[in-house]
Design a protein. Structure first.
Length: 369
């Protein structure tokens, strides 16, 4: 009889794990709290060893077919161009693939056989009770079920991690930054295609990214730890109003107005998850639920692909799941921690705190082709 597994989360980590575990003979169920795959978001990169993984999955060419290189144009408060910059044109990033987030999610989702893998949208885990030989799971909707293993691939605010390992606050490292995303197709910048327009001042940054399907606006800012609820959209809008309401530079008033009237505002804090062990009993964490390197490192997607693949392969190679979980943690935790350590550099460039750092961030872009 096939071992039955439950994966919470249908993004890069969860879908990649579902692909591999199904391939290795497991009966896989994926539960996703969203009503559909999450689309939109900033461009993402497939880098380093993740390129070998997508090749092994047979989707490298499909990803290359959707590849692009976006250009960032840095402007001043009046919208005048200061410099242009394309990070993936730099030598250290040559060979990496930049792709729209929704395109990559769709590509991985398409290779997960729907007649073999059960994918449930609009539902989430309510309780987990571990036993020696199984995990009993109740859901927000539907009947209770039992699984051999449960995997938390449900993001920074993972419900699996909360239920099995404890409150998020026990493992979260906050970096003094908040950010928000919203669709902003109607804001005129005079640009189109794969172009990012960036306005930067001390402790704040505003961006409009033009994609093939429209544009997204981003606001980010440095702030002390706020008392906020990641599920409370109205509270998020009030926070943005407080920090940007009096700022009339560049397109900030239009971006803020767009966010205040958005039905799909995404607001979060720049943080990482640092947890002593990613596994407990028959439950394991992966992707952002395990480490959340932050988009400031530019490696979240690649880590998700690598970790999910390694975890699946260790389970396939070892009869004892405890051995497999141990090897997954032993091998991959140092990799994730190395990536996590890169966040300071990214924050310093994108959200400089001194005039010297601000000018240095402009100079770094100007000095690269």
């Amino acid at each position: 009889m096939k071992k039955q597994v439950l994966i919470s989360g249908a993004s890069f980590a969860g879908l990649t794990l579902a692909y591999w575990l199904n391939k290795f003979g497991y009966k896989v169920t994926v539960v996703e709290i969203g009503k559909e795959l999450r689309s939109g978001g900033s461009p993402i990169d497939v880098r380093g060893k993740a390129l070998d993984i997508v090749k092994e999955m047979g989707i490298l060419q499909k990803i290359k077919d959707q590849e692009f290189i976006h250009t960032d144009e840095v402007v001043n408060a009046k919208g005048e161009t200061l410099t242009t910059f394309s990070i993936n044109a730099l030598e250290e990033y040559l060979g990496d693939i930049e792709i729209h987030r929704s395109d990559l999610v769709d590509i991985i989702f398409d290779i997960v056989p729907k007649d073999e893998v059960e994918i449930v949208f609009g539902n989430s885990i309510k309780t987990l009770i571990q036993h020696e030989d199984r995990v009993d799971v109740s859901f927000e909707h539907g009947a209770d079920r039992s699984f051999d293993f449960v995997f938390g691939a449900d993001g920074t605010h993972s419900i699996v991690r909360k239920l099995v390992f404890g409150p998020e606050e026990n493992f979260k490292k906050f970096f003094g930054v908040y950010f928000a995303f919203a669709k902003a197709d109607h804001i005129e910048t005079g640009k189109s295609g794969n172009t990012g327009i960036v306005y930067r001042e001390l402790g704040k940054q505003a961006v409009i990214y033009h994609f093939k399907e429209g544009a997204n606006a981003i606001l980010m800012f440095r702030a002390p730890q706020l008392d906020w609820d990641y599920r409370n959209n109205e509270q998020h809008k009030q926070i943005l109003k407080e920090y940007f309401g009096n700022n009339t530079n560049w397109k900030i008033p239009e971006i803020l107005d767009t966010m205040l009237h958005s039905d799909n505002l995404y607001f979060d804090e720049a943080c990482q998850i640092h947890i002593p062990n990613w596994t407990k009993g028959r439950v394991a964490l992966l992707g952002d639920a395990a480490h959340a390197p932050s988009f400031f490192t530019g490696m979240g997607t690649s880590l998700a692909l690598q970790g999910a693949t390694l975890l699946a392969k260790e389970l396939n190679a070892n009869d004892d799941y405890r051995t497999a979980f141990g090897k997954y943690h032993e091998i991959f935790k140092p990799v994730a921690e190395d990536i996590q350590s890169r966040i300071t550099r990214g924050l310093k460039v994108q959200l400089p705190e001194t005039e010297e750092e601000l000018q240095a961030s402009f100079a770094a872009m100007t000095n690269n082709p």
